[in-house]
Design a protein around this ligand. Structure first.
Ligand code: GSH
Length: 470
């Protein structure tokens, strides 16, 4: 319990943490500074962070790490079953125009029998530890724009550094914070994919949002790519790709006259990333190209909430995986997941809305429905009897341990009650039938005030954290 720590000591540590963050690039763009996000090194601020690491049981940590290669493989297998993706999402398509556009691109690729021979997945599976049962339960699996591989390593280093200096006073040992090499491993996966594409002149394309605050997390990866692998990166928005990109006769994607080997999406996961047809044209153009997409449209769809819910149904995992042990391990971390047309569950959720979360098919945080709003929304949807219910899934609400924490944002530290969510990064690379990488690649702990229902750091609700193994 970090609230018991002497005030003077806390202030000293907070000061050191801010200096360390500035010196080591644990920073994001400052939204209050106009040119921030457009020009590097202008308007930056330390990333929101927890001052000290959050305790986490070692066995559940290992369990989460072991699951990463299994999810990597599962996503790959699911992505190969175009009919499963289309059928499972067919009702969602009628209710959700964003998913419908993604499915249209997917159908087009099925029609022309597009083969993605080289497949790169950079996923992050997020978990919470249910306090009562101590079980590790999956919140979601991100298959597009999984953030913070870069900054999470820096938070780990910051916490180890603070414990090296203050650990004795606090009774904590820096070595109990596991090392985190997510940025190196993600850069390695991107570099290896680039090598598989086998065009030494081709570049790696980062697809970015026009206004991005998390650019240093992205630049950490491009820097490793350049320094360790001599791979050049270009950054473009979807609109710029529409303008500056073209397909050459052999399906090479060319942007500003440069061939692109790997397309790494750090945008394109949310409807607001597609304000006009131009952005959708860019998405289709990239999908049609021979470049390696991280993610391809089918990897993107395999990460939707609806597919997560379908995979949790009895007998579905067996269609994609053979090893019974692997299946059992995956199933163990599945929370209760239901579609709204399960009327028994819908009735239960109207009666006890606090035990459920309603989730739309959205990424990036800030979209879920909680508490009494669950009841109201369900009753409204029931009355209206249209297709809108298919836009949502219901998930069991998970109640993690609430703990006193010191959080830091905008240079200030404050104490509050908080809960945490552990993300495990995974990297997967396959060329035809050769699996080149299938690894767990580091972690991201995020902590948020327990009274807030929303989760994302990028969306402004949570802070970056690391774990202290117990
Ligand atoms: N565009 C930003 C970036 O590239 O870092 C944000 C992307 C984003 O929101 N990614 C989601 C995520 O990992 C997954 S789709 N969020 C973690 C968080 O914000 O805490």
């Amino acid at each position: 319990d970090y609230h018991g720590i002497d005030q003077g000591l806390l202030q000293k540590m907070a000061y050191d943490a801010l200096v360390w963050s500035s010196l080591h690039g644990l920073v994001i763009g400052d939204k209050s500074v106009e040119r921030s996000g457009k020009v590097p090194a202008v308007g930056l601020v330390h990333a929101p962070l927890a001052l000290l690491p959050t305790p986490f049981p070692e066995s559940q940590w290992r369990q989460a790490c072991e699951l990463a290669p299994l999810f990597n493989k599962l996503v790959d297998q699911v992505s190969l079953d175009g009919k499963f993706l289309q059928d499972s999402l067919s009702r969602t398509k009628k209710a959700d125009s964003f998913t419908a556009r993604l499915l249209d691109i997917h159908s087009k690729m099925l029609e022309v029998n597009k083969k993605e021979e080289i497949r790169l997945g950079l996923h992050r599976s997020d978990y919470m530890l249910d306090e009562q049962t101590k079980s590790l339960l999956q919140i979601e699996l991100n298959t597009i724009a999984s953030s913070f591989a870069g900054l999470s390593c820096l938070v780990t280093e910051l916490h180890r550094n603070l414990l090296t200096h203050y650990g004795e006073l606090l009774g904590l040992d820096s070595k109990r914070i596991p090392r985190n090499t997510a940025s190196i491993q993600y850069a390695e996966a991107l570099a290896k994919a680039w090598q598989e594409y086998d065009n030494p002149r081709a570049v790696l394309l980062f697809v970015v949002q026009p206004e991005e605050r998390n650019m240093y997390d992205q630049h950490l990866l491009s820097t490793v790519l350049r320094e360790s692998y001599h791979v050049a990166t270009i950054r473009k928005t979807l609109a710029e790709i529409d303008q500056d990109g073209e397909l050459l006769p052999d399906n090479t994607l060319s942007v500003d006259g440069q061939a692109v080997a790997v397309i790494y999406f750090r945008a394109g996961y949310t409807p607001t990333d597609y304000p006009s047809e131009s952005e959708w044209r860019a998405r289709l153009l990239m999908e049609q190209s021979s470049a390696i997409k991280c993610p391809s449209i089918s990897y993107h769809l395999a990460g939707t909430k609806k597919i997560q819910q379908e995979l949790a149904k009895p007998g579905i995992l067996e269609r994609f995986l053979e090893n019974q042990d692997d299946i059992a391990k995956l199933r163990e971390c599945f929370a209760g997941l239901w579609s709204l047309d399960d009327s028994d569950i819908a009735r239960k959720a109207i009666e006890w809305p606090k035990l459920f979360v309603m989730k739309p098919q959205r990424e990036g945080g800030g979209n879920n429905i909680y508490g009494d709003d669950v009841r109201e929304t369900l009753l409204r949807l029931h009355k209206e009897r249209n297709e809108e219910d298919a836009a949502y899934i219901l998930m069991q609400r998970i109640f993690p341990l609430v703990k006193n924490t010191v959080l830091m944002r905008g240079g200030c530290s404050f104490k509050d009650q908080a809960i945490s969510e552990l993300g495990i990064f995974g990297a997967y690379l396959r060329n035809k039938d050769k699996v080149i990488m299938n690894d767990q690649s580091g972690y991201l702990m995020r902590t948020k005030i327990s009274s807030s229902n929303e989760g994302g750091v990028a969306a402004g609700f949570a802070v970056l954290d690391s774990i202290y193994l117990t």
